[in-house]
Write a protein that binds this ligand. Structure first.
Ligand SMILES: [Zn+2]
Length: 138
């Protein structure tokens, strides 16, 4: 109630006080669409499954801690490639950060390819495979 309304009531200028307005509840904005939420649930399941198979980091950057904490998306994650197994490698958080900060190293070691490249037709060899790291089809 405004000061004027209080004043008007006190002075007998208004008989009934005006109704207090209810505050309008803030609209909740969803963080993700239903479709994306479903995809993310599937993704978390895949990560859990991968962690059960092996919990060793596959990136082995100079800052590696050795234990997987999540997945690295060789091609930056998008709805299209979120669940593509070929695009995922087990990674510790230190390695994930290292990849972000050292794109050339990541590219040279098979941990990063441009999102404009065709993932299906790119052969991504893990560094374990005798020196052959990244071969891109012409
Ligand atoms: Zn690592």
């Amino acid at each position: 109630m405004s000061n004027y309304n209080r004043f008007a009531i006190k002075m007998g200028l208004v008989v009934t006080p005006p109704k207090e307005k209810k505050p309008i509840p803030k609209a909740k904005i969803k963080k993700e669409t239903k479709k994306r939420a479903k995809l993310n649930r599937q993704y978390r399941k895949e990560v859990k499954k991968a962690a059960e198979e092996s919990n060793l980091c596959e990136v082995n950057s100079p800052e590696c801690t050795g234990i997987m904490e999540g997945m690295n998306h060789i091609q930056k994650r998008s709805a299209k490639n979120l669940l593509v197994k070929k695009n995922l490698t087990r990674s510790c958080n230190a390695c994930n950060g290292y990849i972000e900060r050292h794109p050339k190293w990541a590219k040279d070691n098979g941990h990063f390819i441009s999102k404009f490249k065709d993932l299906e037709n790119t052969i991504i060899a893990t560094p374990k495979e005798d020196g052959v790291i990244l071969i891109e089809k012409a």
